[in-house]
Write a protein that binds this ligand. Structure first.
Ligand SMILES: N[C@H](Cc1ccc(I)cc1)C(=O)NO
Ligand SMILES: [Zn+2]
Ligand SMILES: [Zn+2]
Length: 290
């Protein structure tokens, strides 16, 4: 069951969420020629995230960053922050680090993937920064994950979710961020209703009402396994996916060379909302203190 009683931590984390930080990370990631799962720049993009998360958490003895190898070139990246009192309970926050322009993407193909999904990686990265800046120590373990090869069948998250299930890891909740920065519909945040957990979705809505009262929250559905949340859902874990818009209002430039920051409005203002929601999710699910 979900409780909302850690406001001092939520407020402190939310105060650190920065449009400039998120925009900077989106820019860095979309500057790789592509982040496709089989290319040298796809591997380099994953290593850039590993280095970034490592640098952010270098002062934290409770944090470690690992590459997670797959059967293809591009690894996934997992940052683990050990829980202080309930370390066996794991809260997962994920986004995918690969990009594509569809069939024929290969070495040298331009695929910036600014919204899909540099925006999700950048949003999570700023939550990590907020955790370090505030000195927040979670009661439960946090696992921040950058998934490889989402665009070719949710393959990186499928490997990891299956592995965690097989190891009987106690994942108490999963939050997916895929496309957070294109403000395409009337409401600010849309909670995806399929391949997700309905009670965790209600918790997200409560978090938004409590801590993001000025924002409007809607619901929508994908109609298929449209991002990495489905990998966790399929293994029986509670997954949720707050999304940038309705299906029809979502970013029309994705999977093209035009998925750029400029075509997402040129700033990270929409992504900030998801950073603040993710911060509330962390503090109220993983609990702990500053
Ligand atoms: N299909 C997804 C993007 C996507 C996700 C949800 C909705 I509603 C519409 C579009 C993708 O390309 N993920 O990488
Ligand atoms: Zn995509
Ligand atoms: Zn995506």
């Amino acid at each position: 069951s979900y409780t909302i009683d850690n406001a001092n931590v939520v407020n402190a984390l939310q105060a650190e969420i920065s449009e400039a930080n998120i925009r900077s990370t989106i820019t860095s990631l979309s500057n790789f020629t592509n982040r496709y799962y089989t290319t040298s720049t796809g591997v380099a993009g994953a290593e850039w995230i590993r280095d970034k998360w490592q640098a952010l958490t270098s002062s934290r003895s409770d944090a470690s960053v690992q590459l997670y190898s797959h059967s293809w070139a591009q690894p996934s990246v997992i940052l683990t922050i050990q829980g202080q009192t309930n370390p066996d309970e794991i809260v997962v926050l994920g986004a995918h680090l690969d990009s594509t322009v569809g069939w024929g993407t290969g070495e040298g193909t331009r695929a910036p993937g600014a919204d899909d999904d540099a925006s999700g990686i950048a949003t999570l990265t700023d939550v990590v920064n907020a955790i370090v800046a505030t000195g927040y120590k979670p009661a439960k373990t946090l696992a921040f994950m950058g998934y490889a090869a989402e665009e070719v069948g949710l393959r990186g998250s499928d490997d990891i979710a299956t592995d965690y299930k097989n190891q009987n890891k106690n994942v108490v909740g999963v939050l997916q961020l895929d496309m957070t920065n294109y403000y395409g519909s009337n409401s600010d945040i849309y909670i995806i209703g399929d391949y997700t957990n309905s009670s965790q979705n209600a918790f997200l809505k409560d978090l938004a009402q409590t801590y993001l009262g000025n924002l409007s929250v809607g619901t929508t559905t994908c109609g298929y396994a449209c991002s990495d949340h489905a990998s966790w859902h399929n293994q029986g874990f509670a997954a949720s996916f707050p999304f940038e818009a309705t299906f029809n209002g979502s970013n029309p430039y994705i999977h093209t060379v035009n998925d750029t920051l400029a075509n997402s409005g040129g700033d990270a203002n929409h992504a900030v909302k998801f950073g603040k929601l993710a911060a509330a999710y962390v503090a109220e699910l993983a609990k702990g203190s500053i």
